[in-house]
Design a binder for this molecule. Structure first.
Ligand SMILES: Cc1cc2nc3c(=O)[nH]c(=O)nc-3n(C[C@H](O)[C@H](O)[C@H](O)COP(=O)(O)O)c2cc1C
Length: 162
């Protein structure tokens, strides 16, 4: 898919087919996402790719959003300056790379420190406590085609002054 079409066609997918996601595709997603920009090129991230049923079931329970998904990529960051921006950039790259491979994704908001699931997720996945959980990106073959409203260009663009 060409770049602009790829960007515009990504949608948050919450209904997935009961089809396993191939490990080579998950690896390709992370392999691509690591090219995302970071402040001072620190690349403070680590990714945990999860496909095992028992772990997925626990994550579904911790996230507590009545969601089912066949795989996910949890994005963690060292506690550096700009970890939220860096982690958000790479989370978006993950979603776009997945889109290119015909996979759907949904970002599960996980950064807020108050989110009760963050420390449980770290414990389940063996992640050192000092890492920040930035996002959990669910991944699977789409079983829906949502078309959420987007603001029109003339509602958001300004030339030279606001
Ligand atoms: C920071 C962030 C947190 C999000 N958290 C959730 C979430 O917890 N659960 C969920 O179903 N979708 C979540 N989403 C997905 C958004 O709801 C979705 O991107 C938005 O409705 C626009 O739809 P689109 O992605 O198809 O354009 C999140 C997206 C972002 C960027």
């Amino acid at each position: 898919m060409k770049g602009i079409k790829l960007l515009k066609s990504r949608r948050a997918i919450r209904e997935f087919k009961e089809k396993e996601v191939e490990k080579d595709k998950l690896e390709k997603i992370v392999e691509t996402a690591r090219y995302a920009p970071t402040a001072n090129n620190v690349q403070p991230w680590q990714f945990v790719v999860v496909t095992e049923d028992d772990k997925i079931e626990k994550l579904e329970e911790y996230i507590d959003q009545d969601k089912e998904f066949p795989a996910c990529i949890a994005v963690f960051s060292e506690d550096v300056n700009h970890h939220l921006e860096d982690g958000s950039n790479v989370s978006t790259y993950i979603m776009l790379a997945a889109n290119e491979l015909g996979l759907g994704t949904c970002w599960i908001g996980s950064y807020t420190e108050g989110k009760p699931h963050a420390s449980k997720v770290k414990e389940l996945l063996g992640v050192p406590e000092e890492y920040k959980l930035i996002s959990i990106i669910t991944v699977g073959y789409p079983d829906e085609n949502p078309q959420p409203d987007k603001k029109e260009l003339d509602e958001v663009i300004h030339w030279e002054t606001f």
